[in-house]
Design a protein around this ligand. Structure first.
Ligand SMILES: [Zn+2]
Length: 249
């Protein structure tokens, strides 16, 4: 990041009261987590599109559960990186803060974020297909799949699948926050999925200062006030040290 960009960032951040951060797969990739899309997501010769859908689950719930459990074990062995830690520190610093993540791996809550919306759900949670109860899956490897709820019905991973719509309450809570945010970061999102693009455009419309922190130019980059062509793990700690004088918490 050059000095002029850093100075602009520091000026906006030091005056910001309300800050939102949107994160996508790039954030997790820096912790060594595959995107589970395309060739990156191959498992037993299945493509993710063949497993992450209501139809696939209906056809073979045990197979879908095994795939999620394989992914979950990868995720549990990964650790949040320095970029995750800065996003957690942001929550402590700004009077109003919201993290909206597309990532289902739970690395943000593990880094300490509590004010967060997991817009695609969480791989560490299950949801009953009948009574709707949600439960944490814990750290142990699950056997005896597919998982059942206490009510006896089949439970499913609590994630948003291909062909499913977002939880409307979570989406409207995200939009409400973005409507009054001073500063919005879009981090590690390729723009392939339209929700960050949509949310970022709404925030810009409402007057937020938009920061695009991505190694590559994305579809929504043209809406952004400042573009940083780097990764979260590389750029966020230097920004944070400059803002806070070296303190990370
Ligand atoms: Zn149930």
């Amino acid at each position: 990041m050059n000095d002029s960009d850093l100075n602009r960032l520091l000026k906006v951040a030091s005056q910001a009261r309300s800050v939102a951060v949107l994160t996508g797969a790039g954030m997790s990739r820096e912790s060594g987590i595959p995107t589970f899309r395309g060739a990156d997501g191959l498992w037993k010769d299945f493509r993710p599109e063949e497993l992450a859908s209501p139809e696939a689950f209906q056809k073979d719930p045990a197979l879908v559960w095994e795939w999620y459990e394989w992914r979950r074990q990868i995720v549990l062995k990964a650790e949040p990186h320095e970029g995750h830690r800065v996003v957690a520190a942001m929550e402590q610093r700004f009077p109003e803060f919201l993290l909206i993540t597309q990532n289902v791996d739970g690395l943000h809550p593990r880094a300490g974020n509590e004010k967060l919306i997991e817009i695609h759900g969480s791989i560490n949670r299950a949801r009953c297909t009948k009574c709707g109860s949600r439960f944490d899956l814990g750290n142990r490897m699950l056997s005896d799949l597919p998982l059942k709820c206490d009510c006896g019905a089949l439970a499913r991973p609590d994630v948003v699948w291909f062909g499913e719509s977002y939880d409307s309450q979570l989406l409207s809570a995200s939009l409400d926050f973005l409507a009054s945010a001073d500063m919005v970061w879009v981090i590690g999102s390729s723009g392939m999925v339209s929700v960050p693009v949509y949310l970022a455009a709404q925030a810009r419309e409402a007057g937020a200062f938009l920061v695009d922190l991505n190694p590559e130019e994305a579809e929504f980059s043209r809406y952004c006030d400042l573009k940083i062509r780097s990764t979260a793990g590389a750029a966020l700690p230097s920004f944070w040290n400059a803002l806070t004088g070296g303190r990370t918490e």
